[in-house]
Design a protein around this ligand. Structure first.
Ligand code: FUL
Length: 523
């Protein structure tokens, strides 16, 4: 092999040029380090869309089941009543919205159409709408509003809460398997197109209903703002109808791009698998099936799928009373019962949708509004005991790039900022942060949050307290996710507390860590 001889130009490179070369390489390395530290950690697998991220923060909101069933004292009316049945004596949607806002709820979702098919808004898709009933006709004749969906949307806006719509895909009114003898020969005897796949089929009707609702204008001319579409997966019929979920999603995206599409398993949020407002201890925000695929069981929906293919977090729907619609013989749950429900839904990273049904007057009854307020008082008293403050001394096993300002553990104590978090060094999947409380404190609960904007990573964590000179484990948890509330069976006393991430599939990013209890010196 011929040997190569260095050319004079290379060997005779002046020393100053070599120095400059070295300096340049050094500067490039420094710049690379700075750039790496400046760039946030890479997202881990699935992450929430911006609409899902803001929906996670809604946490707790109201379901409003209102319609013909309210007046017939049923849960599943069989589409046998004419719209005259809808006759609230003192409808007040402002009272609904005010009650929910006062109760600390962030939104309300109204049944624009339940399974019976009667529309609560002024639709062109069917004669089976409250607008054709005596109540609405008399209101309109007197210059009063009679479109309940529009009225409720306006009230939500007025009281600063979000507004969502339940539009039942299963529509008994159009279902040939559900006889409607009472309506035969009336204006409401409409074609039975549910389960038909010919042109003009039910998917078209449903799409039109969605379009009408999502493009509705409020009475001041402003467009309706819809935060969530609840596309119930239930049916009590033998008729098989294949829903055009993709088409429905496209309509929702086109008209209300920020709205969450809720269904059995998606698109944006999934059912939690039961109607009790609770989930199991391990609950992942991801699953691996779409709305078009075979249905997961209730148990599977509760748990979700770790590292699943889609970010489809769970929402737990539940009732304040026994039924979804108002029945005079039922009682609301107590504040204690609601707190338990909340801890097993919101406290396990799942949103809580609590049904509060108006009665036949068209208002939320006083005992329900009071139950909600008592529950709020209990919740506020529980959370309003935050011991940690940004000033506390906090250390961590490691900090990403050693950049304490951007990624240090003090970020986790600043609960007001949802953009900052403690990040362990890249590549580390376990680690701890330890807080020095400065003095012995008594505490009984913790709140921890992952920075889910960059994915769900943590699979196991523990919380320890320094008792008599040694660390004792008080809490062990699994999936962390958006928010976990851990309560102790008995209060603990300690001056140092440690959060340990014992398993994660990627470097943990902890958005917040709170300790709840009583300051001993203040007690
Ligand atoms: C279920 C329905 O069948 C109930 O009537 C209620 O609307 C509940 C929220 O969803 O699937």
């Amino acid at each position: 092999m011929p040997t190569t001889t260095a050319t004079p130009a290379t060997t005779a490179r002046p020393a100053s040029r070599r120095r400059w070369g070295l300096r340049l390489i050094g500067a490039a390395c420094w710049l690379a380090t700075v750039v790496r530290a400046q760039a946030p950690p890479a997202p881990y697998l699935r992450t929430p869309s911006p609409r899902q991220l803001s929906w996670h923060r809604f946490e707790y909101y109201a379901f409003v089941h209102f319609g013909p069933n309210t007046f017939t004292d049923e849960e599943w009316g069989r589409s046998q009543s004419t719209p005259d049945v809808f006759n609230p004596t003192a409808l007040d949607t402002d009272q609904w919205a005010r009650s929910f806002a006062d109760a600390g709820m962030t939104a309300m979702i109204l049944t624009a159409k339940h399974h019976d098919g009667m529309a609560l808004w002024d639709t062109n898709t069917t004669t089976y709408k409250i607008g054709n009933g005596k109540w609405a006709r008399s209101r309109v004749a007197n210059g009063l509003a009679a479109d309940v969906v529009q009225m409720a949307a306006e009230s939500a806006k007025k009281f600063g809460i979000k507004f969502g719509i339940y539009l039942s895909p299963w529509d008994i009114h159009r279902d040939p398997a559900m006889p409607k003898g009472e309506l035969a020969g009336t204006l409401y005897d409409e074609p039975q197109i549910f389960g038909d796949d010919s042109p003009g089929d039910y998917n078209e009707l449903y799409s039109q209903q969605l379009t009408e609702l999502l493009t509705m204008r409020l009475s001041d001319g402003s467009p309706i703002d819809v935060s969530e579409l609840w596309l119930d997966g239930n049916s009590g019929s033998s008729t098989v109808q294949t829903f055009n979920w993709t088409g429905f999603r496209d309509i929702i995206r086109q008209h209300q791009p920020d709205a969450i599409m809720w269904g059995h398993q998606g698109v944006d949020a999934r059912w939690v698998g039961n109607e009790d407002g609770v989930t199991v201890a391990t609950n992942w925000h991801t699953i691996s099936r779409t709305q078009d695929q075979a249905r997961y069981s209730g148990e599977e929906l509760q748990t979700g799928v770790r590292d699943g293919a889609y970010w489809t977090p769970a929402e737990a729907d539940a009732r304040l009373r026994d039924g979804w619609f108002y029945h005079a013989n039922e009682k609301p749950k107590t504040a204690d019962e609601l707190t338990e429900m909340y801890m097993q839904s919101v406290g396990r990273s799942v949103n809580l949708l609590l049904d509060v049904p108006p009665d036949t007057t068209g208002q939320i009854v006083r005992e329900d509004a009071e139950a909600l307020l008592q529950f709020k008082a209990q919740r506020d008293a529980f959370f309003d005991r935050e011991i940690l403050a940004p000033g506390h001394t906090v250390n961590a096993s490691s900090v990403r790039s050693g950049d304490a300002a951007r990624y240090g553990p003090a970020n986790a104590l600043d609960t007001s900022n949802t953009d900052t978090y403690w990040a362990a060094e890249d590549g580390e999947t376990t680690g701890w942060l330890e807080v020095d409380l400065g003095a012995v404190h008594t505490f009984d609960a913790f709140v921890v949050q992952e920075h889910v904007a960059l994915g769900q990573r943590v699979g196991a964590y523990a919380i320890d307290a320094l008792v008599d000179g040694a660390y004792r484990t008080l809490v062990t948890g699994t999936s962390m996710g958006y928010k976990r509330i851990d309560r102790l069976r008995a209060p603990a006393d300690a001056s140092r507390v440690r959060l340990r991430i014992t398993q994660a599939n990627a470097t943990p990013l902890i958005q917040s860590f709170q300790i709840l209890g009583a300051r001993r010196d203040a007690a």
